[in-house]
Ligand binder design. Sequence first.
Ligand code: AMP
Ligand code: ZN
Length: 114
Amino acid sequence: MGDCLFCKIVERKVPATVVYEDDHTVAFDDIHPQAPVHALVIPKRHVVAVRDCGEEDEALLGKLLLTCAKVARLKGVADSGYRIVTNTGKDGGQTVFHLHFHVTGGRPMRWPPG
Ligand code: AMP
Ligand code: ZN
């Protein structure tokens, strides 16, 4: 997608601190971290949000969650615990319309979220 910020990060046209990459996913540090660890895990292929996924995306969604777990290990929060969040649409608080999972940790996460 020509004007998608996260597609540009995948293509390295916009700089990011990439912490993990494989054939289908990329993870990088969030530019405005909300916790000591705050990474974003995205598919390389442009997908808007979970609600836009179909049966054909089953493997990709599984891979994204496994990448979240890998990133948590790489960031050293696997044992202490962490949160995985994907905001969807207006009420979900989504601001970048390329599917992404937030991986946050390094402090206790509050519940319920705002
Ligand atoms: P959301 O509000 O769930 O769509 O999350 C979008 C996230 O992308 C926010 O946490 C932003 O801080 C983050 N973000 C926006 N631009 C960049 C960027 N250039 N590099 C890294 N993270 C970004
Ligand atoms: Zn995109």
